[in-house]
Design a protein around this ligand. Sequence first.
Ligand code: RTP
Ligand code: MG
Length: 140
Amino acid sequence: MAVERTLSIIKPDATRRNLTGKINAVFEDNGLRIVAQKRAQLSPAQAGAFYAVHMERPFYGDLVSFMTSGPVVIQVLEGENAVAKNREVMGATDPKKADAGTIRAQFAESIEANSVHGSDSAENAANEIRFFFAETEILP
Ligand code: RTP
Ligand code: MG
């Protein structure tokens, strides 16, 4: 297995409830190292561009509103098989369907306010990391 990087976002529902540390502990306990991290307020243009793949979906407008409703914590996670490992520890999109112990099962409020984002492929991870970070901001 190769050491990989993936992009993670702790979403506004989780920053509002002061859950950043608890979520970071789940990453670290599962072998994911936080090699870059910043708190940010996304603009509608940034959130819209980040989620552009969902532009045609009925939930796109709500998703952009939600992602700009408060601060997010944007992170690069590094570890063996990081993309798949992070998707595993996040759990299913809908917290009702997420396995026990996953971040979304423990913390998500709804299918939309589901506490975390994680890249879904190595290729998307590289693009999403580039969207938010300069290489010099990533410190393994
Ligand atoms: P993410 O991209 O945030 O890591 O989540 P994901 O891959 O598990 O889910 P995806 O299908 O990519 O959807 C992106 C985000 O859109 C919101 N969503 N709302 N109301 C709805 O039916 C609905 N479906 C998705 C969620 O915030 C989801 O994480
Ligand atoms: Mg997704």
